[in-house]
Write a protein that binds this ligand. Sequence first.
Ligand code: EPU
Length: 425
Amino acid sequence: MDKLLIRGGRQLNGTVTVSGAKNAALPELCATLLTPEPVKLLNVPRLQDVATMRKLLGHMGVQTQTHGERGGMSFSAAGPITPEAPYELVKTMRASVLVLGPLLARFGHARVSLPGGCAIGSRPVDQHIKGLTAMGAEIAVEHGYMVAKLAAGRTRLKGARIATDMVTVTGTENFMMAAVLAEGETILENAAQEPEIPDLAEMLIQMGARIEGHGTSRIVIQGVDALHGCTHRVVADRIEAGTFLCAVAAAGGDVVVQHARIEHLEAVVEKLRDAGVTVTKVPDGIRVQSGGAAQLKAQHFRTTEYPGFPTDMQAQFMALNTVAKGSSLVTETIFENRFMHVNELVRLGANIQIDGKVAMVEGVRVLSGATVMATDMRASASLVIAGLVAEGETLVDRIYHLDRGYDQMETKLRGLGADIERVKS
Ligand code: EPU
């Protein structure tokens, strides 16, 4: 298992380029199942999760190949498709559940493993099942698999009004991909508004789908008989961008985060500015300037759905709070167990207490390097940020979590002047 060795204390300077968004690329790879015509995606990030999704599509019979420009990938679901997502692949990546909507929409049946629990919380898929059932699917759970087919007498899914109990990102995406080929109108109430949703909608519209309201909490879709191929560029990864903003804020320096879209990061940018960091919009990017930990003021924040503060940025911003002046309350409202980085940050000298959904962080003057263990993707990023500011050497173990969701994080940080290297084992 690879590790990252970081010698802290260096400022970050220069330009770093953000890759395509993981959480847009994953549903968009699944959307290629919706048509027999070739689909081309550009700016696909080089990540373990993308490799896993590609493997899953390949297992089902989708032909995939990389090409040309870095991040270019083409897909053809023209041949015979086996609409089955096996446990071996689904267990490593929950986003595999995103094949359910497109498979039902185009083939009328699917067998997809239940994803099971996950380090950050129980993460059920009851809403996915409820919504697709409203669209005319019958879904039974058998031997750990969701076995889905069309209700008797139906030849395709039907439009429906779906109001989920909570805002769900992949749920909204599954319903969108199901509804584009369903008969009639689907209305998604309480839809997720994360920028990955309009990005997927734009791809589907290019394929011939009729969608309105994407980017709001009410999406209306008129089903069409068939979709065609398209070329689509994956939107820039706002969480990767936000991670670099926090890294520079904590370590100090002056960096342009290229391709980052400030309008996708408003809640994070506002907190960074309140913390004393200068964040400005520049052409095709965001510039971040910080005097480093000694100049930072701790910030309270609470995670909520977009456009609120993203749960996927909670761990990284908490790392910054550990070395900022003052105390802060960090409240996690989306996942019940997303504080696993806390004990590792404490090993680096942070002062944090957890009380249910709230972490109380008392800023300390310095962190001191130690060996720490990554527990999930964003927790790993938070430990890397802490390592960049800690005195001495920090060894972050189990970085396969980081590799699932960050495209060459250590190479990009090294380009900014960080002393960081991958240790192969
Ligand atoms: N939920 C249910 N039932 C459902 C669906 C969701 O109870 O059927 C609950 C979840 O357990 C959670 C809340 O609703 O408490 C919101 O979960 P959501 O469905 O929105 O999460 P997700 O779609 O599984 C995506 C991202 C996550 C990100 C969350 C929240 C992808 C592939 N994943 O997950 O990304 O944290 O939305 O924004 O888009 C990450 O990138 O590190 C990551 C975990």
